[in-house]
Design a protein around this ligand. Structure first.
Ligand code: S3P
Length: 429
């Protein structure tokens, strides 16, 4: 595989750019927006709540917001498709407005836990009525007289942190979120960019306390969305594994709360050069050059998991083609992603001749070495875009190829994946 691949806009930043734009008064312009299904579903939901969003040309959008607390009660069900980020952030965004919203999603999203956001949103005064176990579909009644909240995150989740901060915008006083392990900080960065007042301090336990001034006004702001490191991860690992590859991935987000995969791959012996580091739109970005490499197994510590939580499917594929064992710790959260990724990874690798063990929240992959994976099996993707892309990458590196049962979900985050990979010379049929 050779050439240049510009990965699509970052999904986390794209959701937030639309949501913050819709909560500001005036016109926000966005460049490089990811036009994947997840983000387009968020745009539809924001329209149903009264914001005006329009595409000017590919990736370039204008948003006319309604202001903090300005969402209108929607007359339809809010369907977030496959997107946990979309629904959880929007639940936070409406929780402190006196409106009723009914949320739903596809079969994957309707299986995922929402209680993790509903718990803190109830503290603001919101109420939720949904299926057993806090599952969608669900109606959220926003608080009439919201209270400010201080919330210690019980799980390392940027979605929960962001839901609380978004709710705090329309509550009086100060809302605080305490996190033991830093999760992606795009909400904090973008809130400041849109004029909110936020401070970060450290408590006695050394945990980060993020405090937001409530009753906030957001002012519109321009946003340039960098390339998504979680999407760039697929061509990057493919280039490492396919003999003779030399691939350039320009303008990839290098925020330290997202860059764990690249650090891990380098520890495995990957030839990855981080070129031309710079700042774009308030975020660090760089061009990444990846050349085919012989990888060795490593031990990935649990504290790194939040900085690469979406990258374990493709890291496991890299591990399968490395020499020696790779031990990935602290992966409990993988069970509640678009699929139960811990078992989807294990099943897919085993079917293709790779030995895998799961011990509690630890995944161990016994590498077959360069060119050692046989392949030949069909992998169940369980409505999960990243499982589909990861196993297609395994197919490129294997002797007999790998088939996946469903590629539709790839359009949620990386609609141009197949065409972009073929343009680099990858054999995808
Ligand atoms: C995201 C946070 C992560 C990640 C997801 C995007 C975000 O989820 O897996 O793809 O944009 O805040 P959790 O907060 O559940 O870890």
């Amino acid at each position: 595989m050779t050439g240049t691949l510009t990965a699509p806009g970052d999904k986390s930043i794209s959701h937030r750019a639309l949501i913050f734009g819709a909560m500001a008064i005036g016109e926000t312009r966005i460049r490089g927006l990811l036009e994947g299904e997840d983000v387009l579903d968020t745009a539809k939901v924001l329209r149903a709540l009264g914001a005006d969003l329009s595409q000017e040309s590919a990736g370039n959008w204008r948003v006319h917001g309604v202001g903090v607390g300005g969402f209108a009660e929607p007359s339809c069900v809010l369907d977030h498709g496959n997107s946990g980020t979309g629904v959880r952030l929007m639940m936070g965004a409406v929780a402190t407005s006196p409106i009723a919203c009914t949320f739903t999603g596809d079969a994957s999203l309707c299986r995922r836990p929402m209680e993790r956001v509903l718990g803190p949103l109830r503290l603001f005064g919101a109420a939720a009525y949904g299926r057993k176990g806090g599952r969608l579909p669900m109606t959220l009644m926003g608080a009439h007289d919201p209270l400010p909240v201080t919330y210690r995150l019980p799980v390392a989740s940027a979605q929960v942190k962001s839901a609380v901060l978004l709710a705090g915008l329309n509550a009086p006083g100060e809302t605080a979120v305490i996190e033991a392990v830093r999760t992606r900080d795009h909400t904090e960065r973008m809130l400041r960019h849109f004029g909110a007042t936020l401070r970060e301090t450290t408590d006695d336990a050394g945990h980060c306390v993020i405090t937001l001034k409530g009753d906030a006004d957001l002012r519109p702001a321009d946003v340039t969305v960098p390339s998504d490191p979680s999407s760039a991860a697929f061509p990057a690992v493919a280039a490492l594994l396919v003999e003779g590859s030399d691939v350039l991935l320009p303008g990839v987000l290098m925020n330290p709360t997202r860059a764990g995969l690249y650090e891990t791959l380098r520890e495995m012996g990957a030839d990855i050069a981080i070129l031309n580091p710079r700042e774009a739109g308030g975020e660090p970005v760089a061009d990444i050059r990846v050349r085919a490499s012989a990888l060795k197994g490593v031990d990935v510590p649990p504290e790194r998991a939040p900085a690469m939580i979406d990258e374990y499917p493709v890291l496991a594929v890299a591990a399968a083609c490395a020499s020696g064992r790779t031990v990935m710790r602290g992966l409990g959260e993988l069970k509640v992603k678009e699929s139960d990724r811990l078992s989807a990874i294990a099943e897919g690798l085993k079917a293709n001749g790779v030995a895998v063990e799961i011990e509690g929240e630890t995944l161990i992959v016994v590498g077959k070495g360069r060119g050692g994976v046989e392949g030949g099996a069909t992998v169940q993707t369980h409505l999960d875009h990243r499982i589909a892309m990861a196993f297609l990458v395994l197919g490129l590196a294997s002797r007999d190829g790998v088939r996946v049962d469903d590629v539709r979900m790839i359009a949620t985050s990386f609609p141009s994946f197949v065409g972009d990979m073929r343009a680099l010379g990858a054999e995808l049929n």
